[in-house]
Design a protein around this ligand. Structure first.
Ligand code: BDR
Ligand code: CA
Length: 338
């Protein structure tokens, strides 16, 4: 049994990742911590508390950083909605007294001390809380079984600026701090997560099937996913959406579905056009250093498991499954002629 901490900026795909993680028989969620990213941490925490309620999760929730330590917070309401779930929570007037505010980083440290190698930290947002946890007790954080970070773009373009992925772009100093302090991180980057998407028509049919089973969850997923897909249609000309964070949960709990490479990763913090860029040295003979990068995965096995657990309707190696695979737009300009 793998014990996991989820640090999240939920977020539409984060919310699906939490649902998925809660239904994985091989994982126990010991703690959920929240961080500003997709939306401010106050909204993120509300989303997590609502998920905790409807999924009947035991895990304690601690809220964390309101903003990066050394730069202004950037959020993405256009992608996830102002409340982070496509406007669903606001439209229903759902809110909780935000207890246990603060303390996310300390809670991560406590979990690291308690579970050591048995613990995997799954980081689905900017690394602000993780960096703070490292500053509080580097040995404890280094002593966990693994830290898996959704983030980075190594061989292709970013989703925020030309070369940056959102989570790292929001707080590059935090990511850099973690790596520079000798903490090994496994990155699940856009290069991998954007090779799979859920088309709108498939999402619609999954929601119809799921509706019978989970009357509280499905309206939330419907509104959140529709908003998220509308964004992708507008911004990426893609009538569907990416599952960045659920894939990251899978990389933590089912690493056997993934191929990883060792690498040295540095984070650009200063560049006018490149701050937030993840730079990995893949040259022959390069030192295999502080990180691992997930480079490919068995997307259809993941898809079958995700759809079965989150929607109660498996899409596997069928034609529908195949229609979810895509080639990613890469930095090789010869493939991108217009
Ligand atoms: C990451 O940023 C957020 O928009 C998603 O939740 C995901 O964690 C993708 O770049
Ligand atoms: Ca996220």
């Amino acid at each position: 049994m793998r014990r996991v901490v989820i640090d999240t900026d939920a977020g539409v795909d984060d919310s699906i990742a939490i649902v998925y993680a809660s239904r994985l028989p091989d994982a126990t969620i010991e703690l959920i911590t929240t961080v500003s990213g997709n939306v401010p941490v106050s909204e993120v925490t509300q989303n997590v508390l609502y998920l905790k309620k409807i999924l009947r999760l035991d895990a304690p929730v601690f809220s964390g950083a309101e903003a990066p330590r050394s730069r202004k917070l950037i959020t993405a309401p256009e992608v996830h909605g102002k409340d982070g779930v496509g406007g669903y929570r606001k439209s229903k007037g759902i809110s909780f007294p935000a207890w246990r505010t603060g303390g996310a980083a300390a809670a991560i440290v406590m979990a690291a001390r308690k579970f050591g190698k048995k613990l995997t930290i799954i980081s689905l947002g900017p690394m602000t809380n993780i960096a703070k946890a490292v500053s509080l007790d580097p040995a404890a954080v280094k002593g966990v079984g693994g830290i898996i970070q959704m983030g980075g773009a190594f061989s292709g373009y970013g989703n925020t600026t030309v070369f940056t992925e959102f989570n790292i772009f929001v707080d590059p100093e935090a990511a850099s701090y973690v790596l520079k302090n000798g903490v090994k991180v496994t990155f699940v980057p856009l290069d991998l997560t954007e090779t799979l998407f859920l088309p709108r028509n498939i999402v619609a049919s999954l929601l119809v099937k799921a509706g019978v089973n989970w009357p509280e969850l499905v309206p939330l997923l419907r509104k959140a996913l529709n908003h998220y897909i509308d964004y992708h249609r507008h911004a990426d000309k893609l009538d569907g959406c990416f599952m960045h964070d659920p894939i990251t949960v899978a990389a933590a709990v089912h690493p056997e579905w993934f191929r990883f490479t060792g690498s040295s990763v540095s984070i650009e913090t200063k560049g006018k056009h490149t701050a937030g860029m993840t730079v990995a040295d893949f040259r022959k003979g390069a030192v295999l250093g502080n990180s691992r990068i997930a480079v490919s995965f068995d997307a259809l096995t993941f898809l079958g498991d995700l759809t079965g657990k989150v929607f109660g309707a498996r899409i596997g190696r069928s034609a529908a499954g195949q229609s979810c695979l895509r080639r990613r737009f890469t930095a090789d300009f010869r493939n991108n002629l217009r």
